[in-house]
Design a protein around this ligand. Structure first.
Ligand code: C2E
Ligand code: CA
Ligand code: CA
Length: 622
C-alpha cells in the first residue's frame, strides 16, 4: 500500500511530540499555536494513512464504500485544518494581538463553512496499483480552501513580516513552499502522496529554527535566560494575562569570591527557586533572578520560603534583596517591567524587600522621563544658565552672581534643578551637564561685558559626582584656557562630603585649581551637608549659609545664639559669609546686622537669563 511517506511523517511527528511534551518550555501563546498546528498535522497524517487503506480495501470490495468516503472526507477536513492552524501561527507571529484576533475571527468564518462544504459535497475515489486518490466536488472545495489559506499565510508573512527578523520570515515561507511544491508533485504524479509528509517536514523545520526552547535556556543554571524573559513578558502583556513576580538580587557584599564559587552559588539559588512546575525562573543577569508566578499567594509563600531558607542553602555569606510585584498590570508592557528591574536594582536596593506598587511604578516613570529630558537637553542645546545677583553689603553693589542651571524639555518647558540634579547625579549625566554649564559661564565671562558692569566673579556649582572623577580639575582648566578666562573670575561652590576617601580626592583637586587662582565657596552651610571641620580642613574662601539658616535665625531665639557664635567664629577666621534665601526687607536688615558680607535672595532678584541679568546690572548702575 502507498503509505510509506505518510508513515515516515507520522513517525517524525510522534517523536517531535514526545520531545516537546518533555522539554522545559514557557507557556507562550506562540508555543500553544505551534503545538496546535503540530497536533493537527499528526492527526492529518494518521487520517491520510487511513484514507489510503480505506480506498484500497473498498476498491477490493472488502469494506463498504461509505466507510472509505467518510475516512477520505475526514482526511480532507484535517488537511485544511493544518493549513488553518499554520495560518493562525503565522498571524500570531507577525500581527499585533488586536489585529491577530480580528483576522482569526475572519478566517473562522471562512473555515467553518468550508468544513461543512467538504462534509456535504459528494466525493469519489480512484485506486489502481499505487495510484490512490479521491476526487469530486468535496476534494475541489478542499483544494480551493487550501489555496486560500496558503496564499493568505504567504501574504501575511510578506506584508506584515517586514519589520521582524529575516530568519523568521524565511523559515515560514520555506514551510509554505514545501507544501506548494508537494501539492504540485502530487498533482502531476498522483502515486506520490507527499502533501501531508511535506507539511510535517515543514513543522519539524519550524521547530528546529524557531521553536527550539534551548535557545532560551541559561547554560549555567538550566533556567530560562534574559532573552526568554523578554519573550515571555511581551507574550503576557500582549495577551493581557496578569502575573506576579519576584526579583531576587544577589549581593556578594565585600567578599571577593572566585568565579567558580559564585557560579556554584548561582546554580544553588536557581535550584532553590525552581520549587514547582507552576512558576518560571529566569536568570536575568549574573546576579539577578526573576521568578514569575500565576498568582499572588504563590509569590508570597515563595518569598517567605526564600527569605527564611535561601541563605542557608547557599554556602556563601550573600545578601539577598527581594522586590515583590504582586500585580504585573501596574506596568504597561514588558519593556516597562524590564526597566523597573534595572531601576530598582540601582535605586532602592537598600532594604531587604520592596513591594512594588503603583507609586513605585510612577516614581520610576518620573525618573525615566527626567533622565530622558536631561539627555534630550544635552543633545539639543537645552541647557541654559541663569544668574542670580549677589549683593555686596560693604560696597553696596552687585559684584558677583551665582550660575544656576535650568534645562528645557522637548516641549519647551523649563525643568528646575531640584527635579533633575539628583537624577543627573545618580546616573552620571551631571558630568556633561556640568561641563556645559561651565562652558556657558566661561563664554559669558569671555565677552567682557560682565566685568564692565562690575562683576568680579561668578559662582558655579560643582557636584561631588563631578569632583570625584579621575581628573576633574582638568575639565575646569581646559575650558578656562579655551575661553581665556582669568581664574579669579571663577568661584566654585562645593558641598561637604562625608566619605573620607572622596574628601582626599576633592582636596587634591581643589589644591590644583587653587594653585591656578580659582576660589572655592562652601555651599549649603547649615543643611547637615556641611560641618565645622569642613571649613577648617578645606581651603575655602567663602561660606554660603543655606536659606534655612536665615529663617531659623528670624524664627528662634536659640538658633539666633548658635548662628551668632558661628558668624563670630567665621569672621575671626576671615571667612566672608553669603546669606542665601533673603526674601524680605526685614530679613535683609537682620542679616546685615548679623554680619553677612553678601546677600543673595529673591528680595533683590530671582535667577535671571543672561540678557535679563545684564539689564538688571545696567539698571543698578544707572
Ligand atoms: P543652591 O546652590 O543652594 O542654589 C540656591 C537655590 O536657592 C537656587 O535654586 C535659587 O533659585 C534659590 N533661591 C535663591 N534665592 C532664594 C530665595 O530668596 N528664596 C528661595 N526660596 N529660594 C531662593 P535653584 O536654582 O532651583 O537650584 C537648586 C539647587 O540645584 C542649587 O541649590 C544647587 O544645589 C543645584 N544646582 C543648580 N545649578 C547647578 C549646577 O549648575 N550644577 C550643580 N551641580 N548643581 C546645581
Ligand atoms: Ca550653590
Ligand atoms: Ca546654597
Amino acid at each position: 500500500m502507498n503509505i510509506e511517506m505518510q508513515s515516515c511523517g507520522l513517525l517524525m511527528m510522534i517523536i517531535l511530540l514526545v520531545v516537546i511534551i518533555r522539554e522545559k518550555s514557557l507557556d507562550l501563546g506562540r508555543r500553544k499555536k505551534y503545538f496546535d498546528t503540530m497536533l493537527a498535522c499528526t492527526v492529518c497524517l494518521a487520517m491520510d494513512i487511513l484514507s489510503v487503506i480505506g480506498i484500497t480495501y473498498a476498491s477490493r470490495g472488502m469494506i463498504p464504500s461509505l466507510v472509505a468516503f467518510a475516512v477520505c472526507k475526514l482526511y480532507l477536513v484535517f488537511l485544511i485544518n493544518v493549513g488553518y492552524r499554520g495560518l493562525i501561527y503565522t498571524a500570531g507571529e507577525f500581527l499585533k494581538e488586536k489585529a491577530y484576533r480580528k483576522l482569526r475571527n475572519i478566517y473562522r468564518v471562512i473555515f467553518i463553512p468550508g468544513v461543512i462544504l467538504i462534509l456535504v459535497l459528494p466525493i469519489n475515489y480512484f485506486c489502481q496499483g499505487r495510484v490512490v486518490y479521491s476526487y469530486g466536488p468535496s476534494t475541489i472545495s478542499t483544494y480551493s480552501m487550501a489555496v486560500i489559506l496558503l496564499v493568505s499565510t504567504v501574504l501575511i508573512t510578506l506584508i506584515k513580516g517586514k519589520d521582524t527578523s529575516k530568519r523568521r520570515k524565511r523559515v515560514i515561507i520555506l514551510w509554505q513552499v514545501c507544501w506548494i511544491v508537494a501539492a504540485f508533485i502530487q498533482f502531476m504524479r498522483p502515486e506520490l502522496l507527499v502533501v501531508s509528509f511535506a507539511a510535517s517536514f515543514g513543522i519539524v523545520l519550524v521547530y528546529a529554527e524557531l521553536e527550539n526552547p534551548n535557545e532560551g535556556i541559561d547554560r549555567l543554571t538550566g533556567q530560562f535566560n534574559s532573552s526568554a524573559l523578554h519573550t515571555y513578558l511581551n507574550d503576557r502583556y500582549s495577551r493581557g494575562i496578569p502575573f506576579s513576580a519576584m526579583h531576587v538580587s544577589i549581593d556578594y557584599g565585600a567578599g571577593e569570591f572566585d568565579l567558580e564559587l559564585e557560579q556554584k552559588a548561582m546554580r544553588q539559588i536557581a535550584d532553590f527557586l525552581d520549587n514547582d512546575r507552576k512558576s518560571y525562573i529566569f536568570k536575568e543577569s549574573d546576579r539577578d533572578f526573576v521568578a514569575i508566578y500565576n498568582d499572588q499567594n504563590k509569590m508570597q509563600s515563595e518569598y517567605e520560603r526564600a527569605s527564611a531558607e535561601m541563605k542557608d542553602s547557599v554556602g556563601l555569606p550573600i545578601n539577598v534583596n527581594y522586590t515583590l510585584l504582586p500585580d504585573s498590570s501596574i506596568f504597561e508592557n514588558g519593556d516597562e517591567f524590564m526597566q523597573f528591574q534595572h531601576y530598582n536594582v540601582k535605586n532602592i536596593n537598600s532594604s531587604d524587600c520592596t513591594v512594588a506598587g503603583k507609586e513605585l511604578a510612577e516614581e520610576m516613570r518620573d525618573y525615566l522621563r527626567i533622565r530622558d529630558q536631561i539627555s534630550w537637553a544635552i543633545a539639543n542645546d537645552g541647557v541654559e544658565v541663569y544668574y542670580q545677583p549677589i549683593y555686596d553689603v560693604e560696597n553696596d553693589e552687585f559684584n558677583t552672581a551665582e550660575a544656576l542651571m535650568r534645562i528645557h524639555d522637548s516641549e519647551g518647558n523649563i525643568v528646575m534643578p531640584g527635579r533633575f540634579i539628583p537624577i543627573a547625579e545618580e546616573n552620571g549625566l551631571i558630568i556633561p551637564l556640568g561641563i556645559e554649564v561651565f562652558k556657558q559661564v566661561c563664554r559669558f565671562l569671555s565677552g567682557g561685558t560682565l566685568q564692565k558692569l562690575g562683576i568680579r566673579y561668578i559662582e558655579v556649582n560643582l557636584s561631588m559626582a563631578q569632583f570625584n572623577e579621575k581628573d576633574p580639575a582638568s575639565f575646569v582648566q581646559r575650558i578656562m584656557d579655551e575661553y581665556h578666562i582669568d581664574p579669579s573670575w571663577i568661584n566654585l561652590e562645593i558641598t561637604e562630603t562625608a566619605d573620607p576617601i572622596t574628601r582626599q580626592v576633592v582636596l587634591k583637586n581643589m589644591q590644583t585649581l587653587i594653585d591656578r587662582g580659582v576660589h572655592f565657596s562652601l555651599d549649603d552651610f547649615g543643611t547637615g551637608r556641611s560641618n565645622f571641620d569642613y571649613f577648617v580642613a578645606m581651603p575655602i574662601s567663602i561660606v554660603k549659609f543655606d536659606y534655612s539658616m536665615t529663617h531659623w535665625y528670624c524664627d528662634s531665639a536659640k538658633a539666633r545664639d548658635v548662628i551668632e557664635s558661628i558668624v563670630g567664629m567665621l569672621n575671626r577666621m576671615d571667612l566672608p559669609i553669603v546669606m542665601e534665601g533673603v526674601e524680605t526687607k526685614e530679613e535683609l536688615d537682620t542679616m546685615i546686622g548679623l554680619g553677612a558680607a553678601y546677600i543673595q535672595g529673591f528680595y533683590f532678584s530671582k535667577p535671571l537669563p543672561e540678557e535679563e541679568f545684564i539689564s538688571f546690572l545696567k539698571e543698578r548702575q544707572s
